[in-house]
Write a protein that binds this ligand. Sequence first.
Ligand SMILES: [Fe+2]
Length: 495
Amino acid sequence: MSLDTISKIDNSQPYNIEEWKRGYHSQPNEYSYQIEEIEGEIPVELSGTLFRNGPGLLDIGDSPIHHPFDGDGMISALIFKNGKAYYRNRFVQTEAYIKEREAGKILYRGVFGTKKPGGWLNNIFDLKLKNIANTSVIYWGGKLLALWEAAEPYRLDPQTLETIGIEYLDGTLETGDAFAAHPWIDPSCELDDGAPCMVNFRVEPGLSSKITLFEFAPDGKLLRSHSHSVPGFSFIHDFIITPHYAIFFQNPVNFNPLPFLLGMRGAGECVEFQPNKPTKIILIPRNPDNKQVKTFSVESGFVFHHANAFEKDNSICVDSITYQTLPQVQPNSNYKEVDFDSLDPGQLWRFTLNLDDGTVDRQMLESRCCEFPTHNPNQVGREYRYLYIGAAANNDGRNAPLQAILKLDLETGERQLHSFAPSGYTSEPIFVPKPNADTEDAGWVLTLVYDGSKHRSTLAILDGENLAGDAIALLHLKHHVPYGLHGSWCDRVFI
Ligand SMILES: [Fe+2]
């Protein structure tokens, strides 16, 4: 992958499946170095730290884990200062990570099917959760937090990435409390005289499910928290905010805990998509004095991630990546042997909720297979024009690995694609606005790209205004970073 080969798209299958699989090799090593192999130039004004999280270990001892979502969290930091860049990575030293490392074998069941050796008899009624802290990472209130939705965050030193320990957020959380891995930063909160705040949630699923909303001030102090009960089991990974609402999609799923209790399946493998039931959309007012929770129904579909939402007249628009169906993770399947063509693609839809009559219109905005949406952070919860998203190299509506970043102009419908096919595999893009930018797309789009032909990763800096043009810079790491999940940008330079 070089500046000469980017943006060239092959219309046949644009990837090599054996190369793609190598992106799931473990990265057991921890590094700290200045990045020296650079094509192009790092903008001097790009100053701060990109934090990424994702599974770093895909096997423990001699045993592969059953699903990447069960892999131990590894934090990467890419630090930018004065046109130079540095890379550092460390595993989150969770209690389970330390114990399994000492033992050299799997000691815990994973939510997505990883079992202890010895068959179901050795796993039956073991309901201990392994907090793997592998889903996202954010710096807020002076603390760097590694997030995993089913347990408390872990706090790390932002400079060294050393693990400090489980974080209870000044008593907001108690032992074992869940805390979602998808916080949003409201850039200007009405309830706080325009100050920014971090909004996140916890869901406690059951026959009815309890959703708790949290809002934190820039100094980390809890501003507001309130809980609401909604009927039915909930599998809610992400949510989205507007100035007045927190919005949750309650996917139509069933949960049968028996195979989990019997040690035959992970809890995540017991979630079953219900194609004949509607998706429920739940609006919770962010102001705790307003208890008027509203629920909408829309045709069945499965949503992991939302791009953005905004209020317009008396309606709310929610842009989300939607799958027609969600296949169940099977106990005997191998995630590396995925048949992409047998899976529905993620596609971008706009849901327009009419607050007057309670109806929902939905409209597909992008049929190309896509995931991991992002946009200018100043537009969170506001009407926005530009969306950036990981995308398949081909525009044939089929499921495929993400090999490109797509920019969508929601006003004109214009699309720009920056492809890394055939050997490059992209991750969640992060948009960093330029200092004193006067347009929404004036900024840099950062994405880690795995190069399957070289088994190395590259941090690409793309031009937010001219995404399809040459990359501004390609920073080649000395090694690979396994396919990751989420991350965030912080304006502070943690060298
Ligand atoms: Fe996510």
